[in-house]
Structures are given as C-alpha cells and as structure tokens.
Design a protein around this ligand. Structure first.
Ligand SMILES: Cc1cc2nc3c(=O)[nH]c(=O)nc-3n(C[C@H](O)[C@H](O)[C@H](O)COP(=O)(O)OP(=O)(O)OC[C@H]3O[C@@H](n4cnc5c(N)ncnc54)[C@H](O)[C@@H]3O)c2cc1C
Length: 439
C-alpha cells in the first residue's frame, strides 16, 4: 500500500462527483469540514454531464429538472436558467389495422376516440390526484391502484404514459402507487439552458470556492474501518484517511468496495434494488418535418419524443435543435438494443416522416441507467429505501437516486445528499463514541 505522508487526514471523503457528491460537499464545506471529493471518471457530473455534439449541448438522454429540486440547488448556490416545455402533448395509440395513430391531447379529450365514459374516468382521476391520501398507497402497486380506479384500459394507458414521463419507470406492477402520485403532484419541470452540465459546473465552482478538494481519475477500490478511523484506498493503492465516508457510487459499486463486506442481512436492502433504464436516441437536427410536433408520448407504447430546444437554449447555432427520443425499458426483461433503436426510428417515422434528412448528428445510448432503483410497493414505497446511514457501519453514508425517503430521480439524489451531509455535521457517531468512552 502507498502511505503518502503528505496526505492530510480528511473530515469527510466523498466517493463520486455527480450532483449528489458535489451537493453534499458544498453543505459539508459550508459547515467547516475538510472534504475530499473523488471520482473515477475524467470529468465531473456523472450522469448529469452533457456532451458537445455538433456545437449543441446534449444531455445523456432526455433530462428535465423538477422545479421541486430548485430549493436545494439554490442552497448550494446554483440557479439554473431555462423554461418549462409548453408543447401540446400528442399520444400514440395502436391503430385498428396494426398501424399506429398519433392524437393531440385536445382531440383525445374532445374527439370521438375515447367514449364519454372514458373521458369522465380520465378527468375524475386527474381532478382527485392532489386530494389523494398517499399514506395508504405506499405498499400498493400502481397497477392494482389504477385497476381499482379506472376500468378502461385505454385510459389507464394514457395515465401510464404520464407516469412514465414523470418517473421514467415502466413497471406498473412493481412501482408504489403512493410514490407515483406524489411524483405526479410535483411534476412541473424545466429544460435547463446549456444542458445539465451548467448545473454541474455551477456546483463545482461553489464546491471549489468552499475549499473542497476534487480529484478526478481516482477510482476507489476499498472503504475500510468505521468512524472515526476510516481508510479509503484508491486503485493505484494510495491510502487516504478520514473520519467519515459518503459514497454516491450506487448500491452495487458501494457494496463491492466495502471491507469487511456487509452481512447478508445488512446487504439485502441494497441487493434487492431494481434499476430503471432507458434506450435514448439523442439528435441534433436542423429543423424537423413537423415543427409543431414538439412533445409526443406513447400511450400504448413506452415512447417519448421532445424537442428540448423549444424551451431551453442548447446551441449557439439558431438553426439547430436538440431532440430527445426515448424508450422506457421494462424493469425485468432484457430488451434487444438493435430492436429498441429500430422501434424508436419507427416512432420517428410516424410522427416526423422524413426526419432522417434533418439529422445533423445523432447518438444512441442503448441501456442508460436512469435511476438505481424503482420505488417498489413491495419495499413499502419511499419509506422502504435505504440510508443515508449504512446500518452496521458507523461513519459510512450513502446518497443517490436510490436513497432516503424523499423524491425520485435527481430530487432523491439531492435530498439524500443534504440529509447525509446534515447527519455527518450533527455528528451522531461522535456522541456515541463519547458515550462508549465514558462508559
Ligand atoms: C437518460 C436519463 C434521463 C434522466 N432524466 C432525468 C430527469 O428528467 N429528471 C431527473 O430529475 N433526473 C433524471 N435522470 C436521473 C439523474 O441524471 C440522476 O438521478 C442524477 O444525475 C444522479 O446523480 P448522482 O450524483 O446521484 O449519481 P451519478 O451521476 O451516477 O454520480 C455517481 C458518480 O460516482 C462515480 N463513481 C462510481 N463508482 C466510483 C468509484 N468506485 N470510485 C470513484 N468514483 C466512483 C461515478 O463516476 C459518478 O460520477 C436521468 C438519467 C438518465 C440516465
């Protein structure tokens, strides 16, 4: 092992410089802790990084910032600019003769596709949403809940399309109805100017201003010990000493680097998590054949189409727009990436016939990890998620989109990062140590 005598003793070492790691580092630095932030990648931001493609800033798949995330970002000193997509929504249904049919929302509500009874069901479901008591629904699957509320399969599919766009999750049989309803009630989003990399760069600036030390290309291969003497070992065998470790590396990666490992009972809560994935086709386009078609969801299919440039400034070239096309992947079945890509191209042929001529550059990301965990009814919904404190390992905390009892997606990463930082600052372990010494 490399014992570098020049390495200081850190108050906190954070593994992972995505949004969770960066945010936690800012809270900790604000409270006067010395913080080292490590990432295995060569750049910061994790899944919130955006790439320059054809002089446009393109997120890793469609990213929309929930406005409920703004208070924590603002506490961390970040004020994203951008706007909410105002596009009229279109829904795609399976047509009678095997073809597909795209219907604007207005036509769906006013035309003859849905019966009067179906329209009433849809209206009643949405008008009751804010008043729904979610406390009794955390352990109920969305599928069971919808079947108890809506008899029409077509109306259920419209609701499921809106659930997918708010949660990225296509697992109605698994996901908690309570968690989904809470998410639908906070579904106001904005597309961020310059892409999510602007959030990452503002967080980085705040972290650096606060005195956080940041090291990229620093993969962690082991976390050993417990509070107040923990050791983090890098792949190059450098050993770093600290009182606390906060891992934002994801459940499987965190378990893999713990020495000693958690007991099977302690590890079970992490091992049962089911990831949420999406196949993403990201396009930089020069115009589109149907410019008024800006936002389309599959009702009978797990598809998404949105022109993000209608709400956010993403390219210096006024002729270019960033369009995200996506398939929400099923939780348990491993779908074929080639088939997913051709399915998305077929979706584009339906809603934007002739689209290929407009593509400046494209990128296909076949199995993006959107979130480390479906919020399942079986685990008791949001309250069933682990952490931030790791049971049986004093001084070790986790944060991410799979941690804590608050929110989904980035909101969960932010809320758990804040909670982990708060717990470390409040120093519960210190009190316990004092009690043990005193005893
Ligand atoms: C296609 C797609 C669409 C999405 N859309 C939305 C959306 O619309 N709205 C929303 O709120 N969220 C969305 N998300 C989710 C959002 O991007 C993530 O929840 C958020 O970025 C997670 O941040 P994080 O810091 O928790 O994790 P990550 O960004 O995954 O960061 C973890 C970091 O840990 C590092 N790491 C891992 N292991 C090690 C190790 N051993 N040593 C050192 N470093 C390590 C990784 O390199 C990484 O940088 C989307 C995600 C995807 C992929």
């Amino acid at each position: 092992m490399t014992q570098n005598r020049n390495e200081p003793f850190w108050d906190v070492i954070i593994i992972g410089a995505g949004i969770a790691g960066l945010t936690a580092s800012i809270y900790l630095a604000q409270a006067g802790r010395t913080v080292l932030l490590l990432d295995k990648g060569s750049h910061l931001g994790g899944r919130a990084a955006s790439t320059e493609i054809a002089s446009a800033s393109v997120n890793l798949g469609a990213h929309a910032l929930y406005k409920s995330a703004l208070p924590i970002l603002q506490e961390a000193g970040v004020i994203p600019t951008g706007a909410s997509p105002k596009a009229p929504v279109m829904f795609v249904f399976e047509g009678a003769n095997g073809g597909n049919k795209a219907l604007p929302l207005a036509q769906l509500l006013l035309g003859s596709f849905l019966t009067w009874h179906e329209k009433t069901q849809l209206f009643r479901f949405y008008s009751r949403l804010r008043k729904t008591d979610t406390s009794a629904l955390h352990k109920v699957s969305l599928q069971a809940y919808l079947e108890s509320q809506i008899s029409s399969p077509r109306v259920r599919n419209v609701v499921l399309a809106l659930v997918r766009v708010s949660t990225y999750c296509d697992a109605p049989d698994l996901v908690s109805a309570g968690a989904v309803i809470e998410q639908l009630n906070h579904s106001q989003v904005m597309y961020v100017d310059g892409g999510w990399k602007t959030i990452v760069s503002q967080l980085t600036e705040q972290a650096q201003k606060g005195g956080v030390s940041i090291r990229t290309s620093s993969p962690v291969r082991e976390i050993a010990g417990s509070y107040p003497r923990m050791t983090v070992t890098l792949k190059d065998r450098t050993q770093l000493r600290t009182s606390y470790v906060l891992s934002t590396a994801g459940p499987a990666d965190t378990l893999a680097i713990l020495n000693p490992s958690l007991t099977p009972t302690e590890a079970a809560v992490y091992e049962q998590l089911i990831p949420v994935r999406a196949a993403c086709l990201d396009l930089v386009v020069a115009g589109m054949p149907q410019p008024k078609t800006k936002f389309v969801l599959g009702a009978d299919y797990p598809w998404y189409y949105s022109n993000h440039s209608t709400a956010a400034s993403l390219s210096d070239n006024p002729k270019y727009a960033v369009v995200h096309v996506m398939k929400y992947l099923p939780a348990s079945i491993h779908s074929d990436p080639l088939q997913d890509k051709s399915e998305l191209e077929g979706f584009l042929d339906l809603i934007q016939p002739g689209w290929r001529k407009h593509v400046v550059q494209h990128r296909f990301l076949p199995r993006m990890l959107v979130s480390h965990a479906v919020v399942t009814a079986a685990a008791g919904g949001l309250l069933g998620r682990p952490g931030p404190a790791v049971e049986g390992r004093p001084g070790l905390y986790v944060a991410g989109d799979w941690v804590g009892s608050e929110g989904m997606l980035l909101n969960a990463s932010l809320a758990s990062a804040k909670e982990a930082a708060r717990s470390i600052i409040s120093g519960k372990e210190q009190d316990k140590e004092g009690m043990h010494r005193g005893a």
